[in-house]
Design a protein around this ligand. Structure first.
Ligand code: N01
Length: 548
């Protein structure tokens, strides 16, 4: 470390850091590479975990895997990395994605600038110096020109505080904080709360290993098959030979992953044509039925109803007991795909097993956690292991966990108390030189994450280079432009059926959180053009200050 000076509190301050980045997942790693190796700046990354990986470090629960094909769910910035890495499955599992990120970190020699086992506790902006002061739980205090939380959108685990929280005396696990050493389910009775995308991946595998699994479901979900398979070497060869073209298709698509069956409207097709289209997408697997089938599925109630009926029919065909099938079918009032579409493997068939019990906790809510299990309104359940698959405080949870203060001591939590306020999901007024990678009001979770991350990291690196060229010391969003962006994000969401769902896209899963749709739904291609246009116009929408 260079240029250590002592402050009044006699703590070490490193005056020489250009940027502090938080997180060593897909975002933090690429951001570090750009800052250090392309811009030749001094950057330091803080990471709470003991190694790289981010989401893929923490989410080690059984069955965790990506649901965008591996060839697309990867960095596109380095043809060399693309060539050197070979995926073993169509949809890579968590261990392999983690291995990939470890490989990238090693190849680019990134670990030497990452402080592991270090959590950032606060970041305060000093207007006079145009610097952020960042403090960590290990006692570090670093001053930086740029503060870049790359903390992920789904990283702050949501653990509901039921009555009796903490009373369970058996083993307790949270899917988003899964232990590195794994969990032995053999001969154990297991209870799992939640049936979102995570639980739908984990349940079939846990059911095979444990003696009995009780699933506590509040809301049934429209899961569709992932259809993972071993990587065909010929497919891999073809992808590698045509990677640039495939990446272009991905960048030009709405969600950052190309689908070749997409048709304009379910209403324009005859019932027979619709059936054939749904079946084809169902057989493709992954997100094909959700976003690769008909363009109006998430816009038009009737079109949505056709898809919902199709999925309900498929669920019923897979579950032997009609009463259980009814419990697993989302009701007509719950539109298809307005919550994130879970992709599953043998999820519904799992309920045909003798060692699996499904409990409807909407009909009979959890009354309390007990030392031996839990009680619902009408029954007691006992188990050895309790798993919370209860999701995340998405988008803002990980940011609000830190004491982030912008100009004049304004806290981010206060400034965003009615919902996030950003321009492009990248910058916020009153928080100069803070950049949020895949932040709220960007395409984030509704765009291929690694590509969305690259788009943001490159935009941030470009603006920093621009500021250095022009002798600028601070950038922040204009309030009026923030207002326009918030209105735009809302307008785009309101044109779809998505705001009707009680989903984490809206913060509806967290009691007391304002209900604001937090994803930009204009599509990745449009978004990329918008942020590029702002940059081309000298960062239109932002206020810049000369360097002091
Ligand atoms: O979380 P969720 P998740 N009482 O919020 C239930 C990504 N992901 O971790 O629906 C009782 O979807 C809750 O019930 P309800 C993906 O973007 C990616 O499963 O709110 N139940 C629900 O069933 C995904 O969308 C991959 O009524 C409570 C569950 O817990 C996102 O992560 C794989 C409750 C939470 O579901 C989050 O998915 C997996 C309460 N108080 C996940 N609180 C990939 O493939 C919550 N629940 C890359």
């Amino acid at each position: 470390m260079s240029d250590i000076e002592k402050n009044a509190g006699n703590q070490e301050i490193d005056t020489d850091v250009d940027a502090v980045v938080i997180g060593a997942g897909f975002a933090g790693l690429y951001m570090l590479h750009l800052l250090r190796d392309k811009l030749k700046l001094k950057a330091e990354v803080f990471e709470a975990a003991e190694d790289v990986g981010g989401t893929w470090y923490w989410n080690r629960y059984p069955g965790a895997r990506c649901d965008i094909p591996s060839h697309h769910y990867s960095y596109s910035f380095s043809p060399e990395i693309e060539k050197e890495w070979t995926w073993s499955e169509k949809y890579a599992g968590q261990p392999e994605i983690l291995e990939y990120l470890e490989f990238v970190a090693k190849k680019l020699d990134l670990r030497r600038d990452i402080q592991f086992n270090t959590r950032v506790t606060s970041a305060h902006y000093d207007d006079a110096r145009q610097r952020w002061t960042v403090k960590t739980d290990t006692g570090r205090e670093v001053r930086a020109r740029f503060f870049i939380p790359a903390v992920g959108t789904l990283s702050d685990a949501n653990i509901p505080k039921f009555n009796g929280h903490g009373n369970f005396e058996g083993e307790v696990y949270v899917t988003g904080r899964w232990p590195k050493e794994g969990v032995n389910f053999s001969g154990k009775r297991v209870g799992i709360i939640g049936t979102g995308a995570t639980a739908m991946q984990a349940i079939p595998i846990i059911a095979e290993e444990c003696s009995h699994l009780t699933v506590f479901q509040r809301t049934p979900n429209y899961g569709t098959p992932l259809r993972n398979e071993p990587m065909d070497p010929e497919v891999d060869r073809q992808v590698k030979a045509n990677y640039r073209e495939l990446r272009k298709q991905a960048w030009d698509s709405f969600a950052g992953v190309p689908f070749d069956r997409l048709k304009p409207s379910a209403l324009a097709d005859s019932p027979e044509e619709r059936r054939a289209q749904y079946e084809a997408c169902w057989n493709d697997g992954g997100f094909s039925l959700w976003i690769g089938c008909y363009q109006d599925t998430l816009f038009d109630k009737e079109a949505n109803r056709y898809a919902a009926d199709f999925v309900r029919e498929k669920i019923r065909s897979r579950v032997r007991d009609p009463k259980i099938a009814d419990m697993l079918c989302p009701p007509v009032s719950q539109a298809y795909g307005t919550k994130r579409q879970p992709c599953e493997t043998n999820y519904f068939e799992t309920y045909n097993r003798d060692n699996v019990t499904l409990v409807d906790i909407k009909a009979s809510p959890i009354a309390e956690i007990t030392p031996t299990g839990l009680k619902t309104a009408d029954q007691e359940y006992k188990f050895d292991i309790l798993i919370y698959a209860t999701g995340f405080d998405a988008f803002t949870g990980a940011l609000f966990r830190m004491d982030i203060r912008g100009r004049d001591g304004l806290s981010l939590k206060d400034r965003w108390s009615a919902g996030p306020r950003t321009l492009f999901g990248l910058c916020a007024h009153a928080f100069p030189n803070m950049f949020t990678i895949t932040g709220p009001q960007s395409p984030s979770v509704l765009f291929n994450m690694p590509l969305g991350i690259e788009m943001h990291c490159e935009w941030i690196a470009d603006v920093i280079a621009y500021m250095d060229r022009e002798g600028l010391g601070a950038i922040e969003a204009e309030v009026a432009e923030e207002d326009k962006w918030i209105a735009k994000t809302k307008e785009l969401a309101d044109a779809t059926l998505l705001p009707e769902a009680t989903s984490w896209y809206l913060g509806a899963n967290i009691p007391g959180k304002p209900r604001v749709f937090m994803v930009y739904l204009g599509g990745g291609k449009n978004y990329k053009a918008i942020i590029a246009e702002s940059a081309a116009k000298g960062y239109a929408g932002f206020v810049m200050e000369k360097s002091r």
